[in-house]
Design a protein around this ligand. Sequence first.
Ligand SMILES: [Mg+2]
Length: 232
Amino acid sequence: MQGKIDAVLFDAGGVLVLPDPTVLAPLLAYYGASIDHDVHARAHYAGMAAKSASTAGENDWTQYDNVYLETVGVKANVREEALHVFGRVKGVANLWRHPTAHAKAVLQTLHNRGVPIGIVSNASGQIEDTLRQSAICQVGEGPLAPVRFVIDSHIVGIQKPDPRIFHIALELLPDIDPSRIAYVGDSLIMDVQGSRGVGLVPVLVDPYGFAEGHDVHRIVSLEEVVHFFSDK
Ligand SMILES: [Mg+2]
């Protein structure tokens, strides 16, 4: 990938932020779940892999929720109640706010190297504020890592994997060939298929290897994105 990429677009959920384990861990501990934040991170990626494998639509979280609870160890006899509670709480978009490892540092390093950065997220109108409040980035200059834009599906009225949401981003990077722009996401359908469909270079965040064997450039850590530019 080194020398092949000139700009990077990021998904937000599962890439820059995760559903907040400081809320979800104690919530689900009542049902027997682990309170280890790493276990909850693993549960997110396991859930995303199951969601992709089921080819569920973006708004169908059934598979994700089931696999998340299974991964964190919710007891079978309280599973239905836990699913109800988890679905309601995780469904609050603002709780997708816990910074992933290296998110802030990676965006800052990319910016320092002059790499144009943008965010394209299926969200609920909140994600630009959340990324700022979680001290990850802001649009334009400021105390955090600057990004050129944050495209929120709720605000533009188009969700990934619809190509039109990616085209909005491409219009904001008019001087860069799409084949030299990476799209970093955590969903094989919304992110990989969606971005590939408009000629971007998909990169899948797959820290636990759940997508092994799939035809996509997989990264274990966001830090690997910096290595795309190690010649700069
Ligand atoms: Mg995502």
